[in-house]
Design a protein. Structure first.
Length: 188
């Protein structure tokens, strides 16, 4: 009888120990390869343009994130020592204590445009919907402010919106950044 109990107990113990050794994935599960950022949680890869270099996200001076734990800073790249580059964030869709939640990528950009204040002198240059070669839908908003050229590019992956925020010193640099974003693809 004791041998049988041990034989039944061993598989259960093995499963329990395996579960303790593994950890659940998180939205911030991303890593750098030679020239790309890969996020295993969202299963996408982004290759930044050669003019940018990755920057430790903890060094960025960004507004405080949401108290609802629904925003995740994923990646950033910068052009030399200038304040220009790309920041990637994930925003979990759905209501929070502060807003009713975003319906989709277009709704996210609509709210961005409505938040522009006249004294900020924001000028919308273009608003487009793009489907890339991989079949992923992106909403893009290009705009200008006093400090340069900007774009917000948003796509939806599951219940998250993935936001690529770009700022550049020229229209050509902004174009290179947005093209690199639209070329992002699923990890195979």
């Amino acid at each position: 009888m004791k041998l049988r109990t041990i034989n039944l107990f061993l598989p259960i113990l093995f499963c329990a120990l395996s579960a303790l050794g593994s950890r659940a994935q998180a939205p911030t599960d991303g890593h750098l390869n030679a020239s790309s950022y890969e996020n295993t949680y969202f299963q996408f890869s982004y290759a930044w343009p050669k003019m940018l270099r990755p920057v430790d996200t903890s060094t960025l001076q960004l507004p405080r994130s949401s108290p609802n734990n629904n925003e995740f800073l994923l990646f950033s790249a910068q052009q030399g020592d200038s304040p220009f580059g790309v920041v990637i964030m994930a925003e979990k869709m759905g209501p929070t204590s502060h807003n009713p939640g975003f319906k989709n990528a277009a709704d996210f950009l609509d709210r961005i445009v409505r938040s522009f204040k006249p004294e900020e002198h924001m000028k919308v240059l273009a608003r487009t919907h793009v489907k890339n070669a991989e079949g992923r839908d992106f909403e893009e908003l290009d705009y200008q402010d006093g400090s340069g050229w900007n774009a917000g590019v948003v796509t939806q992956i599951g219940q998250f919106l993935i936001l690529f925020k770009c700022n550049a010193q020229s229209a050509a640099d902004l174009s290179a950044m947005t093209k690199s974003i639209l070329a992002s693809h699923p990890i195979k």
